[in-house]
Design a protein around this ligand. Structure first.
Ligand code: ADP
Ligand code: MG
Length: 272
């Protein structure tokens, strides 16, 4: 079915698949600003950077675009995905694993292996950049270990940049007094919001075109409906349009505003 409707409409691939595809990255003004700021934060050697925003606003995609764009002669990127309840031992082990290093058995050992690697890289003129996605899932002990990591330094400078990618709940959690020291080390912070109606329209058109379809597949009036149903959250936009295109295809037609509104509350198709 997926194949059918995409083929029929001339798409090379499903434009609304919820995957991280850096080819489909669209530079809305806010995403562009976030990218520029993140690059500056990394270039300026901040030890702890926070990229925050509600779920589905493009944090994972933006952070991967930033990582991809880093000059590998000067940076060693590491990407770690956090699972709910991940503690410090597992977090450090995941970092070492990504770096292709065998982990020690104890937290202290793992930290010193990581420090050794950061120093080795530093001597080669490279800086370790660790991106921790879904950081709001980290347990308290793992958050505290990040503070230790952010302290690794030579006499001249900090050795590691940690980019925390997280939902806004992390910011609230860090307000607790026990996190004061960690909070104080987050010297650079970037946030992503929902798309404005104008950006949403450009975002959708970009995806249609990029995947081989025409912008005339959707009537001009439809974007208002999409914005009001999704609140401008890209992930919800993708889900909604995906469901709507499939729904329309079963009737051999294209999504209309009515069909967009009709997805609300439908189980199995759109549940944003
Ligand atoms: N600027 C953008 N350009 C293209 N796709 C985007 C953009 N922002 C978000 N998306 C898409 O929206 C979905 C959610 O993005 P994601 O990065 O997973 O959000 P988050 O990590 O904030 O929950 C993904 O399918 C992603 O590809
Ligand atoms: Mg994400």
């Amino acid at each position: 079915m997926d194949q059918l409707w995409t083929d029929k409409l001339g798409f090379k691939k499903n434009p609304f698949k919820d995957t991280i595809d850096t080819d489909l990255f669209f530079l809305t003004r806010q995403h562009e600003e976030a990218l520029v700021k993140l690059k500056i934060g990394i270039e300026d050697k901040h030890a702890l950077i926070l990229l925050a925003g509600v779920s589905g606003t493009g944090k994972t995609l933006a952070s991967q675009v930033v990582l991809k764009a880093l000059d590998t002669a000067r940076f060693q990127p590491v990407l770690v995905f956090v699972y709910p309840g991940m503690g410090k031992g597992a977090l450090l082990a995941a970092m070492l694993d990504e770096l292709g290093l065998a982990g020690g058995r104890f937290v202290q050992e793992r930290l010193s292996i990581l420090q050794g690697e950061a120093l080795r890289l530093f001597e080669q003129g490279k800086r370790l950049v660790i991106v921790i996605d879904e950081a709001h899932f980290l347990k308290a002990d793992a958050l505290h270990v990040l503070r230790t990591l952010s302290n690794l330094e030579t006499e001249q400078e900090k050795l590691v940049t940690v980019l925390l990618v997280a939902e806004k709940s992390l910011k609230r959690r860090l307000q607790a007094p026990s996190y004061a020291a960690l909070r104080g080390r987050i010297t650079f912070s970037v946030s992503l919001q929902a798309l404005s109606p104008e950006d949403l329209e450009q975002y959708v058109k970009f995806r249609l075109l990029k995947c081989g379809g025409g912008v005339d597949l959707l009537s001009p009036g439809i974007y208002k409906a999409v914005h009001s149903v999704t609140g401008g959250i890209p992930r919800e936009v993708n889900k909604l349009l995906y469901a709507s295109f499939i729904d329309a295809a079963t009737k051999d037609s294209l999504p209309s505003s009515d069909l967009i509104y009709a997805q609300v509350g439908k189980t199995g198709s759109y549940d944003g």
